[in-house]
Design a protein around this ligand. Structure first.
Ligand code: GRF
Length: 200
């Protein structure tokens, strides 16, 4: 399966996918990496692996619809079977959703539907949650509201701050994402309402 991965930051989830794809039996390869900004480690990871990159910065477009169009076309040019949003910190637009409907996977650092949005780790900590984690889900028009595919739990330790907790979540998150993407790549997936089934 052909993967296009979207990133906005350090790209450790992307790296985990790139590493997994080195094994042909994984069944997928990262054909391009897209971002919403330049100068991020995620893009460097792609370049180091010889993977083509593209960037669509919101600030370079007159409005969100024009940005959405550019991101959609740049992604479609690589003909992905699956789009993986791995720390991509923008909400994709209507055109993007329509073009890749049911084929966009996102990873979120909290146990949805708890703590959606850009600060899932901070919000769980501030709330006093004793268990949090990560969620791999399909993307729909809401913010972190799409059908859940898999989740991993991570205990909150008394001494945790946002960084230490996020780091432990990311360890679970990377292997969960690699597992889910590989299974979808190899087996496909079925969506019935909010239920996502992968044969394996
Ligand atoms: C992940 O925890 C992802 O869920 C999020 O930001 C982090 C991205 O990490 N929202 P990286 O760029 O893959 O290292």
């Amino acid at each position: 399966a052909r993967l296009v991965v979207l990133v906005s930051g350090s790209g450790t989830n992307l790296q985990a996918l790139i590493d997994a794809c080195a094994d042909p039996s994984y069944g997928a390869r990262v054909v391009a990496v897209g971002s919403d900004r330049l100068g991020i480690a995620g893009l460097e990871r792609a370049e180091r692996a010889g993977i083509p990159t593209f960037t669509a910065s919101l600030a370079d477009f007159p409005d969100r619809a024009a940005w959405d169009h550019a991101l959609t076309e740049a992604t479609a040019a690589h003909d992905p079977d699956l789009v993986v949003s791995a720390g991509f910190m923008k909400i994709v637009g209507a055109q993007f959703l329509a073009r890749f409907a049911g084929r966009i996977v996102n990873t979120h650092p909290a146990l949805l539907p708890a703590f959606p949005g850009a600060h899932g780790v901070r919000d769980a900590l501030a709330y006093g949650a004793k268990v949090t984690g990560c969620t791999v889900h399909l993307v729909d028009e809401g913010v972190d509201t799409g059908p859940i595919i898999a989740q991993g739990a991570v205990p909150v330790l008394p001494e945790d701050d946002e960084d230490t907790l996020h780091e432990r979540i990311k360890q679970v998150e990377r292997s969960l994402l690699v597992d889910v993407v590989g299974r979808i790549a190899r087996e496909g997936h079925r969506i019935e309402g909010r239920k996502v089934t992968i044969p394996s």
